[in-house]
Design a protein around this ligand. Structure first.
Ligand code: MG
Length: 303
């Protein structure tokens, strides 16, 4: 395992105390395009996607070893955990959102909307009410590189919600160019969604009826493009960008950056204390211990 000097760039006084170790670790470096990290507390493992290689990999926290988790895997991209600790996955190749059950079988949660196939679900988050929210840009059908080249059947690249009771797939936003990473604020009354093509991060209010109200652009990306998003327990937004991970206050201020040597696609807080930041960046999986704690997802919120 290689370690590299970590550079936390402080751009606002409120970033003080948010840094971490002076070095970060390269846990793996042989991916074509690493994405979708998800930490599995019960398995002491980090699972992620290597999209063009159509595989999911697993890093074992107890040994440091890396091996295959699933191959082929439907060109998965983003993953998250639901309240039962099951992996919910976006599949470019399968053009669906799927769930890995406790027995290892894979269930389709959504692959069509109004009878038409989805484009290529990219990233996903589960709300504590069990609803599953995901973005559906066309990256996985634009070429054979990270899926299967195909025509879009929908009239654009939208954001959807899966109803946990009926299983219905409901369009919740339809004015994006390429919706990508998404994350709820701590009270789940605000939803943040990145639009990679427009290169900005938007904020929506979540109503009692789960409809979204556009609250405008929260932030523009100052280096490369926005991709995956995660929050910490203070409500700060940590966003994947071209030069590393950018940290924003909930008011949209860029507080600081963790610089990394490769463009970042996604991130997740993990480890037993959720204070270890795992970052998927092009060829590599990196990690660093930080002084912040990742926001509890539905799995931890119930416990
Ligand atoms: Mg993404």
């Amino acid at each position: 395992m290689q370690t590299l000097p970590a550079t936390f760039e402080v751009l606002d006084d409120r970033f003080a105390g948010c840094s971490g170790d002076s070095r970060f670790e390269q846990l793996y470096g042989d991916c074509r395009w690493a994405e979708g990290p998800v930490y599995l507390p019960a398995a002491r493992s980090l699972v992620w996607s290597d999209i063009p290689n159509d595989r999911m990999l697993r890093w074992d926290e107890t040994t440091g070893g890396v091996g295959p988790f699933r191959h082929p895997c439907g060109y998965t991209n983003g993953h998250t955990l639901d309240a039962e600790g099951r992996i919910v996955s976006c599949e470019h190749g399968g053009r669906r959102v799927s769930r890995t059950e406790h027995d290892g079988s894979v269930t389709t949660l959504a692959d069509r909307v109004d009878g038409k196939r989805l484009n290529s679900p990219n990233d996903v988050v589960v709300r504590s009410d069990g609803s599953i929210w995901f973005t559906d840009p066309s990256y996985g059908i634009d070429s054979d590189y990270e899926g299967h080249r195909s025509e879009s059947e929908t009239d654009g690249c939208h954001v959807y919600r899966i109803d946990p009771v009926t299983g219905a797939c409901i369009r919740v936003a339809d004015d994006f160019v390429r919706p990508n990473g998404l994350a709820f604020a701590l009270d789940e009354r605000t939803l943040y969604i990145a639009d990679t093509r427009r290169n900005h991060l938007r904020r929506f209010a979540v109503g009692d009826d789960l409809r979204l109200t556009d609250m405008g652009v929260l932030a523009e990306c100052s280096a490369g493009v926005f991709d995956g998003l995660r929050l910490d327990t203070e409500g700060r937004i940590w966003a994947a960008a071209g030069d590393g991970v950018h940290c924003f206050d909930a008011d949209g201020t860029l507080l600081g950056k963790l610089h990394l040597p490769e463009p970042v696609a996604n991130l997740v807080f993990g480890g037993p204390k959720r204070n270890r930041l795992f970052v998927t960046a092009s060829t590599s999986l990196y990690s660093i211990l930080t002084n912040v704690t990742g926001a509890p997802g539905p799995l931890h919120a119930r416990s």
